[in-house]
Write a protein of this length. Structure first.
Length: 405
């Protein structure tokens, strides 16, 4: 009896891509959404106003699960995109300026680019999940370039670079490192390294020193330092970003369901971890940052156990309050541990503590639908005058007041 071997679907890649389903975001330019943001959301440039984003997402997800080719992907999508008017060159409105500008919408070439970029990023995310699972037995990664006449010189120069999985060099130099980049990472054990060297491979174990160039985002005016050899917008680790986003999100959900006695320890573990430092630099997923005591939870009418800091709010914090340090964020649990003041303003709950230097440290949060957790909407320091303005708003309900009279 003949045995027929069926290829298995790339489960890690499918899981990584599926995690982006919750955030389908229309955009006008690829410059509007930058680097790590792509790890947890899905977008297509010039998609705004055409209602085609879910069609493309569903089409790619089907291609990934069924092992389809770029031609299959394009053949199935083109009739839908043409029917909705997203095909060929047209004048479209730039939401940033309000101007009508000529733009290339759907085309065979664009669908090829969409397919290629999402396929490589999804596989990179899937591979990184495997690297993390197996790093005790396979603690090294090898940069592997396709050595032909299409290979970028900087990528060729990194072929056979071997570094530990946790080496910070992979935070930027993790394929794909640009549009149409075909490089990959390969996990290795010490036995693999010995075998490759015996076979004559010239492995190198020291990361080369990078040189950088300035890149100006013409949409925002922001200037970014980009390593030479990496395309702008690709100087991050797509696999690691996706993996950590999913881990952070999963841990946040588990902590929200945990018995209260375990919440404080779990929050403290996350805040003291290297994952929290990376979250502060490149926010992905959600991070538990504050246990919510029963006296606050009961007062606001829920079963709140933990406050979560989302990637979106963390990105807003970085823009609006760049003065806050990692130690400031690690001090968030102390606010609810001994609050000086707690009040509600409509759907938000404010938890505040008065510091010895006269300042206030406070968190504003809003309960999730499950009422087991709350999302932080703001974290900052404030003066007495700031707090008085908050308290004088219409509809404010005072829950706890330990101020000295």
């Amino acid at each position: 009896m003949a045995v027929v071997l069926e290829p298995l679907p790339p489960r890690d890649a499918i899981a990584a891509f599926g995690a982006r389903h919750a955030d389908l975001r229309e955009s006008f330019s690829y410059l509007d959404i930058w680097q790590e943001e792509h790890a947890t959301m899905f977008t297509v440039a010039k998609s705004a106003g055409f209602d085609i984003l879910k069609d493309i997402y569903d089409g790619f997800e089907r291609a990934l699960k069924e092992g389809q080719t770029p031609r299959d992907f394009a053949r199935q999508l083109r009739p839908v995109l043409e029917q909705k008017g997203w095909w060929g060159k047209k004048l479209v409105e730039d939401p940033l300026t309000g101007d009508l500008v000529p733009a290339q919408l759907g085309s065979a070439r664009r669908l090829q680019t969409i397919f290629d970029a999402n396929m490589r990023v999804s596989y990179a995310a899937g591979h990184w999940a495997g690297f993390e699972r197996n790093k005790r037995s396979r603690p090294y990664l090898r940069y592997v370039a396709i050595l032909d006449d299409r290979t970028r010189p900087a990528h060729r120069a990194r072929h056979n670079l071997v570094l530990p999985v946790d080496h910070p060099y992979w935070d930027m130099w993790a394929p794909p490192c640009g549009w149409n980049c075909r490089c990959t990472l390969q996990s290795l054990s010490q036995r693999d390294i010995d075998r490759l060297r015996a076979e004559g491979e010239d492995l190198r174990f020291e990361a080369p020193e990078d040189t950088f160039r300035n890149f100006v985002n013409r949409r925002t005016g922001e200037i970014t330092r980009v390593p030479d050899g990496i395309d702008p917008g690709w100087a991050y680790n797509p696999g690691k970003a996706s993996y950590e986003a999913r881990v952070n999100q999963a841990l946040s959900e588990k902590i929200a369901d945990a018995p209260p006695e375990f919440v404080a320890a779990a929050v403290q573990e996350r805040l003291s971890s290297g994952a929290f430092d990376r979250f502060l630099r490149n926010p992905q997923g959600s991070m538990p940052v504050m246990p919510i005591p029963a006296e606050i939870s009961d007062a606001v009418g829920g079963n709140l156990r933990v406050a979560l800091l989302s990637a979106e709010t963390m990105a807003k914090q970085l823009r609006n309050h760049p003065e806050l340090t990692a130690e400031d964020y690690r001090a968030i649990p102390s606010i609810a541990a001994a609050p000086t003041l707690v009040f509600q303003d409509r759907q938000r709950t404010f938890v505040l503590v008065k510091l010895g230097d006269g300042r206030w440290r406070y968190v504003a949060m809003k309960a999730t639908r499950s009422a087991k957790a709350a999302f932080v909407t703001s974290f900052r320091y404030a003066s007495d005058a700031n707090i008085e303005r908050l308290l004088n708003r219409d509809g404010v309900k005072l829950i706890l007041d330990r101020r000295e009279t």
